[in-house]
Design a protein around this ligand. Structure first.
Ligand code: ADP
Ligand code: MG
Ligand code: MG
Length: 708
């Protein structure tokens, strides 16, 4: 969940006193790193996912399921292989907030070959098996977004009781015991305590209960005057949820800024599509997603900052929690859609601008830096601002937004990256792989077809709220940008440009169209080895480029969607359903899936990878169309149709147990749930643990080899 510095945490009082110190040096560190790395060019596409898991323990006699507080012990074992062979392992394991959670990523990032899309699911499967081997028979590792009875009585194994009155308790929650917070690193309890202390009271997470015919009001623990609210009072209710994230590397900073912007409006859309968490503290709620829960769970703003008391001790009113949707775009094309006033300290902004940072990036960083540090380690207070970036990372990694703009780490071969963070964790590896591959493919189509999804930030914010409503995927509409060009027009243009630049070879690195500085020909040379293997298979690729290589990066803006010649604001942004966004609406938007399909026609893809991607696209197409239901809707249906359910919104121990058992069956491929995944989904993809030797040979012949 972010920076894990070694050392001893300072007390809240000490941390608070150093807030300006961290800010000042963090900003200097950013300025220095920016100048060191701003001209970095030619990084190839690399990408990887992060899946978070919950360890569940079943009591088959009592028919009870609990979260198993085993993460520390499991991680010690899982990390042994990495310690012995850091470069050779197929997976990496990291702690997460919950003492019952672990996070798994591939051992190394995937790369720029189409064949890499065929490795994701197998790698996810490997990770699940790797953990499963360490578990007892009655335990199970699950990629569920929320444990439905998290915070309900006796939800942990071993049993632990909350201690709300204990001054030493980090959370002081009525429901979530400190033992459920990961004990192996001080960051997690420190954040919990400091966020509570900074706010001046416990966090307050409010969810409307799903009102059924016999729902008892007030709900247990409801705040006065709000009888229909399920109240949660600890960081663990949000940070103890699992999500699915992905990070990809851009060829340079300009491409990273552009992709950050283009994906931001898709965050609420993907949140709605992946909705998977309708149950909290044992109650069915009106919400399908974790987002607002996690946002409130780390809301460290004081009453003054939240606008509940006149400003006195604090500098600003702050509109959102430090965990929320992004507040501003970073690319020049995005600037005009920054329609929500950004809060920042003028002095910090000025320092950044004087340090040579342009307006858009300066305001982004200044806005991140309105937050105080909430976790500081004594060994890290004094740093060399020319080399270290810990103070910058301290603030950056505790701004948990839908997108994260990640500068290269110091002294590494890693380039400018962008992280896509809204998606909820899905039950099966198939679904998680489908979502990840879909988003990575989308980034390629955005670059190649010069798609433009920019939507005013205020509308994206509105979409974030819409996305979380019950069954938003089938029932709600979202602000979406109209696109005047057809898929065919885009494909033709992309092809012409690709031919002009790369002798007709389509590459996963976006056909080199994304560099705003006109230097992509040079970059392309470097990218070629990794991407030759993706030369077109449909015949166009054989044309030897009509080397009128005059196109340069500046023509980004010449695309009609970018210049907005038809920019009649009301017309440009329309309310579309998830189905229309993914599958298209005539004369309004061609649809994300058809756009990807069109793009894929220009890529050389081996048959197995093609088959796998096709399964993923079909799954996404169907879920968007409502033919398949979201995990959230499926979970609701499981509860509502359970023989023990009493129409009172309560997810009892038994219902919870049966639901989780069913999920276990699905993830193991033993239980087919046609409404969720169609028939027999799990046997359909041709996912592989590695790129087959025959294909490797062929790629090598094309001058392309998999990175070792
Ligand atoms: P976070 O800061 O979000 O915790 P992680 O370090 O856990 O990020 O990594 C996120 C993902 O980034 C992983 O899937 C990893 O494989 C991937 N990754 C690692 N190196 C690169 C790179 N150079 N470019 C893109 N992704 C990378
Ligand atoms: Mg991570
Ligand atoms: Mg992450």
């Amino acid at each position: 969940m972010g920076l894990l510095s070694e050392g001893s945490p300072l007390s809240w009082e000490e941390t608070k006193a150093l807030a300006d110190h961290v800010r000042e040096h963090g900003v200097n560190q950013f300025i220095n790193l920016y100048h060191r790395l701003k001209d970095r060019q030619g990084d190839i596409l690399k990408w990887g996912d992060e899946v978070e898991y919950i360890i569940v323990k079943f009591d088959d006699e009592q028919k009870v399921a609990r979260v198993a507080l085993r993460a520390q012990d499991l991680l010690a074992q899982l990390n042994e292989k990495e310690l012995a062979d850091p470069k050779g392992v197929k997976s990496l394991w990291r702690p997460e907030y919950g003492a019952y959670m672990i996070e798994g990523t591939p051992g190394k990032p995937f790369g720029g070959l189409m064949a890499h899309f065929n490795l994701v699911e197998a790698n996810m499967r490997y990770r699940r098996e790797e953990v499963t081997e360490l578990l007892a028979k009655d335990e199970c590792v699950m990629s569920i977004t929320n444990f439905p009875r998290l915070g309900a009585p006796n939800f942990t194994y071993p049993l632990a009781q909350p201690r709300p009155e204990d001054p030493i308790s980090a959370a002081r929650s009525l429901y979530f015991p400190d033992e459920a917070i990961f004990p192996g690193h001080p960051r997690f309890k420190t954040l919990t305590r400091n966020i509570r202390k900074r706010r001046g009271e416990k966090v307050s997470i409010k969810l409307k209960v799903f009102k059924d015919t016999k729902t008892k009001l007030p709900v247990e623990g409801a705040p006065p005057g709000e009888p229909d609210v399920v109240l949660l009072d600890a960081m663990g209710f949000g940070m103890g949820c699992c999500c699915l994230q992905l990070t990809f590397q851009a060829c340079n900073i300009t491409e990273a800024r552009r992709l950050y912007d283009q994906l931001a409006p898709l965050c609420p859309i993907m949140l709605a599509l992946t909705a998977a968490s309708p149950i909290y503290r044992g109650y069915l709620t009106e919400s399908d997603c974790r987002w607002n829960v996690i946002s409130s769970s780390v809301d460290c703003r004081t009453e003054e900052e939240r606008g509940l008391a006149p400003l006195d001790k604090q500098k600003f009113r702050i509109a959102k929690s430090r965990y929320d949707s992004i507040d501003s775009y970073l690319s020049p094309e995005g600037a005009k859609y920054n329609d929500v006033p950004l809060t920042y300290d003028e002095k910090v902004y000025k320092r950044l601008v004087e340090g040579g940072i342009d307006h858009l990036l300066a305001q982004h960083v200044a806005h991140l830096f309105i937050r105080d540090t909430v976790s500081l380690f004594s060994e890290k207070v004094h740093q060399n601002d020319n080399e270290d970036t810990d103070h910058f990372e301290n603030i950056q990694s505790t701004n948990w937004q839908t997108m994260r703009f990640k500068p290269p780490p110091p002294n590494s071969s890693i380039g400018w990256r962008v992280e896509f963070r809204p998606c909820e964790a899905q039950i099966s590896d198939f679904e998680n792989a489908a979502i990840v591959c879909f988003v990575v493919l989308l980034t390629r189509v955005i670059l190649s077809y010069q798609l433009n999804f920019l939507t005013p930030i205020s509308k994206v914010d509105e979409n974030m709220q819409t996305a979380q409503k019950r069954d938003a995927c089938r029932k709600e509409k979202f602000w979406f940008r109209k696109s005047s060009k057809t898929t065919e027009q885009r494909a033709a243009k992309a092809q012409a440009q690709a031919q002009a630049k790369t002798n007709g070879k389509a590459t996963l690195n976006g056909n080199g169209l994304a560099n705003g500085n006109g230097s992509e020909n040079g970059d392309q040379e470097e990218q070629q080895p990794l991407t030759n293997g993706t030369a077109k298979m449909n015949g166009h690729g054989n044309t030897n480029g009509t080397t009128n290589g005059t196109t340069n990066g500046t023509n980004d803006g010449a695309d009609s969607d970018h210049t907005d010649t038809d920019d009649e604001e009301n017309e440009l942004f329309q309310l579309l359903s998830i189905n229309e966004i993914f599958n298209g609406k005539p004369n309004v938007f061609p649809g994300l899936v058809p756009l990807i399909r069109s793009y894929l026609q220009s890529m050389e893809v081996d048959t197995d990878t093609h088959c796998t991607i096709e399964q993923y696209l079909r799954f996404i197409e169907k879920r968007a169309a409502g033919e398949l239901i979201t995990t959230a809707t499926w979970m609701r249906e499981q509860v509502l149709s359970h023989p023990d359910y009493k129409q009172d919104s309560v997810v009892s121990e038994r219902i919870n147990y049966d639901l989780l058992k069913r999920i276990q069956g699905i993830q193991e491929g033993k239980q087919v749930e046609p409404a969720l995944l169609g028939q027999g989904y799990h046997s359909k993809t041709k996912t592989k643990d590695f790129i087959p030797p025959a294909l490797q040979k062929q790629l090598a012949k094309n001058g392309c080899c998999e990175e070792k």
